[in-house]
Design a protein around this ligand. Structure first.
Ligand code: ATP
Length: 312
């Protein structure tokens, strides 16, 4: 088998707390991340050279978004390069062709790029029959970026690789608490509710938000211990700790995001919160019908909006 399709899912943050920047510039985080079923498609093809050599592997990336880089700045490319450099000797020589059909908005706080990186690592693990377990996959993902290991965990839970599924792994989880640089993961119970994600037509730089957050006054922080407890008990009390401290910067500096949050709060949602550093805002509903109707209303108002579910 030399060709597979991997679904690469988006995430939202049910909470984010951020500490002061450390010496290396990184802000330690304590956050709960939830995988959604909204996804990009990542098609992977491996074409063998059949010339008897080993370890000489090329990578080619194509996407349906003309503005995305397809070279070493693309996380899917980086992931394939990492796998080829680490495991190429085991798989003779040839070309990895990656075709990404993007649906997840880019630079939106939904970890779309991170998901693509994780999808390529999972995919090549299966395509090349490497037999790496999820712990090893997550370690490789951590070399690519902070959100990538969580994407790997959630993708393993959903297990959408066609035609051959990946190995089942007890560590697989669609929701996790992430600490440190966001790469230390503890699987937790997630939410099982319809979700709408929406974004205004602006971009927000994650770097700018993290740099700006140090000088913001944070009025409330999530109690992540309590959040995890409430999620485990399927209690609506969990919503009290759906708090994202990065809102303190983004909502203040990007009024379009604050306005969207306000608009979404008036659609009958149980909870509305910004995801990541923004500009995407998500809303949780009790019924899919309510989510779909809210999504229509947001589109009528000119927002890019999608209804989706969480991965169970
Ligand atoms: P995260 O939550 O992981 O920080 P995000 O949702 O805020 O991510 P992404 O969609 O991952 O943002 O994109 C962030 C940047 O990564 C973009 O500027 C984009 O150019 C770059 N990027 C690299 N590879 C990809 C990819 N495969 N898909 C989307 N963006 C990518």
């Amino acid at each position: 088998m030399d060709e597979i399709k991997v679904l690469s899912f988006a995430k939202i943050n049910l909470s984010i707390d951020v500490g002061a920047a450390r010496g290396d510039g990184y802000h330690p985080v304590d956050m709960v991340m939830q995988q959604l079923s909204f996804h990009d498609d990542v098609d992977l093809k491996y074409i063998r050279n059949n010339d008897g050599t080993r370890g000489n592997i090329d990578v080619q990336v194509k996407t349906n978004r003309y503005y995305l880089p397809t070279d070493n700045r693309n996380l899917a490319f980086k992931a394939a390069r990492l796998m080829a450099d680490r495991y190429g000797k085991q798989v003779d020589s040839g070309t990895v062709r990656i075709d990404i059909k993007k649906r997840i908005p880019v630079a939106a706080g939904l970890a779309g790029g991170s998901g693509n990186g994780a999808a390529v690592i999972h995919g090549l693990n299966v395509l090349w029959d490497l037999g790496l377990d999820l712990t090893k996959v997550c370690l490789l993902c951590a070399e690519l970026g902070s959100d990538v290991p969580f994407s790997a965990l959630g993708q393993a839970k959903a297990n959408y690789i066609f035609p051959k599924p990946m190995r089942k792994d007890p560590m697989a989880a669609s929701c996790a608490r992430a600490t440190g640089r966001g790469t230390e993961l503890e699987p937790v119970e997630g939410i099982r509710k319809p979700v709408v994600i929406a974004k205004p037509s602006i971009s927000v730089s994650t770097k700018e938000v993290y740099q700006g957050i140090d000088s913001c006054e944070i009025v409330s922080r999530p109690d992540n211990d309590k959040l995890v407890e409430d999620l485990a008990a399927h209690s609506d009390g969990a919503y009290d700790n759906f708090i994202n401290v990065l809102e303190a910067y983004t909502l203040d500096h990007y009024p379009a995001v604050a306005k969207l949050k306000q608009v979404m709060s008036e659609t009958g949602a149980e909870k509305v919160l910004m995801s990541g550093s923004g500009p995407t805002v998500f809303a949780v509903y009790n019924h899919m019908k309510a989510a779909m109707s809210a999504c229509d209303k947001l589109r009528d108002k000119g927002y890019e909006a999608y209804w989706t579910k969480t991965i169970k």
